[in-house]
Each structure stands twice: as C-alpha cells, then as structure tokens.
Design a protein around this ligand. Structure first.
Ligand SMILES: NC(=O)c1ccc[n+]([C@@H]2O[C@H](COP(=O)([O-])OP(=O)(O)OC[C@H]3O[C@@H](n4cnc5c(N)ncnc54)[C@H](OP(=O)(O)O)[C@@H]3O)[C@@H](O)[C@H]2O)c1
Length: 247
C-alpha cells in the first residue's frame, strides 16, 4: 500500500511524544487523526502544524478508557479522512508510589489507560486492517517494562503488558500484512515527567551513557519509521530508544 494519504490515528497526540509522532507522520505523507483527551488547544496546535507540513489532519476527542469514545473517534476519522491503517497507541498515564500503600484506584487507572485502552483501540482498528491486508500498530511502551523502577510497579506492569500484547498480536496478525511493534522510550522531558524530582533526574542522567534525556522527536522518528512501507519486515519487535539507559 502506498503511504501517501494513508491514515494514521495517534492517541494522546495533543502534546509530548504523541504530538511529535503525529507531526513526523504528517511529514512522511500520512493523513493524521490527532487524538486528545483534555488538551483541545494542544490538539488544535498539533493539527495546525501538521497542516503546515501539507498533511490532512483533524483533532478527535478520545478517552481510551471509554469504549464509546474510541468508537466515536474512529468513526469521525473514517468519515473525515478514511479508514485507519496506522494506529499509534501513545496515550499514557503514570503516578509513582510505593507498592505498600499504592491506591488501587490509581493502579486501575494506570492499567485501564495504558494497557486496556491500547487493547480496545487495537480491537477497533483490526477489522479494517485485516480487510485491507495492511496495517501498522505501534505501541508506545517504556524501558520501565524491561528494567522496572522503584515506585512504578503499576506503570511498569502496564507497559510490560503492552510488550506481551505486542508480541502476541504480531504472531496473530503478521500473516495478514499487519505489523505490530513496541517502542520503549527512556527518559524524555514531557508533561508526564515534569514532576520528576531533580535528584532522580540526575540519577537517570548518570545511568544514561549519552548523558542527556531523549526528545519527543527522537522517539517519534522511530514510531514514524515503523509506520512506513519500508518497515514491512519489522514485526513483534521491541525497540528501545533510551540513549543506552537499559544497555
Ligand atoms: N516521557 C517519558 O519519559 C516516557 C518514557 C517512556 C514512555 N513514555 C510513554 O510515552 C507516551 C506519551 O507520554 P509523554 O511523555 O509524551 O507524556 P504527555 O505529554 O503527558 O502525554 C500523555 C498523553 O496521554 C494522553 N492521555 C492520558 N490519559 C488518556 C486517556 N485516558 N485517553 C486518551 N489520552 C490520554 C494525554 O492527553 P490529554 O493531555 O489530552 O489529557 C497526553 O496527551 C506515554 O504512553 C508514556 O507512558 C514516556
């Protein structure tokens, strides 16, 4: 399938890695559906930037914890841009806390956003991809899935779940022209990490051979590559983009 005018839907794309991914996809010639939950202004800005790259782009409200909202977002994307051929499961939530007193509602929010939300989007996306015998699913996991982190049992469990889901789906649908891969970023300065204590940030820097944090664009470049036709034989891969943090 030519990637010109192929439709990509990115969840949580109003800012951070999601926005950078939507823009990288726009630059690569995809039409982009910019999913957002609460940051409508950020989504409008992302759409304006994507259009400035010459791409078709629309903002779509979408809470991945709500199946009806996912249905609406896919429906709007299909009606305004066309069938979704590329799904980037980027929406994510984290709240650090020690396991011994971690609130169960926060555990549930983490798992339902990062893991169940991604699965619901996959289920909504797959029928059209199977029919077209072409599709790309990119799951934004984390090095936390591979290394673990004190205070991140819920987050790491949700991201490790995404990795397991990625590998299983890759086996399930790879024969139908659909690739499913995971990208595991290291530490990237975004809204999500803005509350990280300075001493912890220093520790991550010391542990990272490149001695700097990643940028959203550096993660987005890998995500956009996985969406392209050229990545046709990359399936079930877990690609770490962390400056060597987990090496
Ligand atoms: N930053 C890092 O160091 C790092 C490292 C590894 C992995 N990651 C992963 O990268 C992804 C993007 O994170 P980021 O760092 O770019 O942080 P971010 O800028 O805070 O982006 C997170 C996005 O997720 C969206 N979101 C949260 N809950 C949602 C829900 N229920 N439904 C739909 N969207 C929802 C937010 O939307 P609204 O703002 O519109 O509410 C926001 O746009 C996440 O999956 C994160 O776990 C980040």
């Amino acid at each position: 399938m030519p990637e010109e005018r192929t439709v990509a839907l990115v969840t949580g794309a109003a800012k951070g890695i999601g926005r950078a991914s939507a823009l990288a996809l726009a630059r690569a010639g995809f039409a982009v559906s910019v999913g957002y939950r609460s940051d409508a202004d950020g989504a409008e800005e992302a759409v304006a930037k994507a259009r400035a790259e010459g791409a078709e782009a629309i903002p779509v409200p979408m809470d991945v914890r709500d199946e009806a909202s996912i249905e609406d977002a896919f429906g709007r994307t299909e009606a305004e841009l066309g069938p979704v051929r590329v799904l980037v499961n980027n929406a994510g939530f984290t709240k650090d806390g020690l396991a011994i007193r971690y609130p169960m509602p926060t555990w549930d929010a983490t798992l339902s956003t990062n893991l169940t939300g991604a699965f619901l989007c996959v289920r909504r996306a797959l029928p059209a991809m199977l029919k077209a015998r072409w599709g790309r699913i990119v799951n934004v996991a984390s090095v936390a899935a591979l290394m673990g982190n004190p205070g991140q049992a819920a987050y790491a469990a949700s991201k490790a779940g995404m990795v397991g889901m990625t590998k299983s789906l890759a086996r399930e649908v790879g024969g139908r022209g659909i690739t499913v891969n995971a990208v595991c970023p290291g530490f990237v300065e975004t809204a999500m990490t803005s509350g990280t204590p300075e001493d912890l940030k220093r520790r991550y820097l010391e542990m990272t051979p490149m001695r700097r944090f990643g940028t959203p664009e550096e993660i987005a470049a890998v995500i956009a590559f996985l969406a392209r036709s050229e990545a046709s034989y990359v399936n079930g891969a877990v690609i770490v983009v962390d400056g060597g943090l987990s090496a």
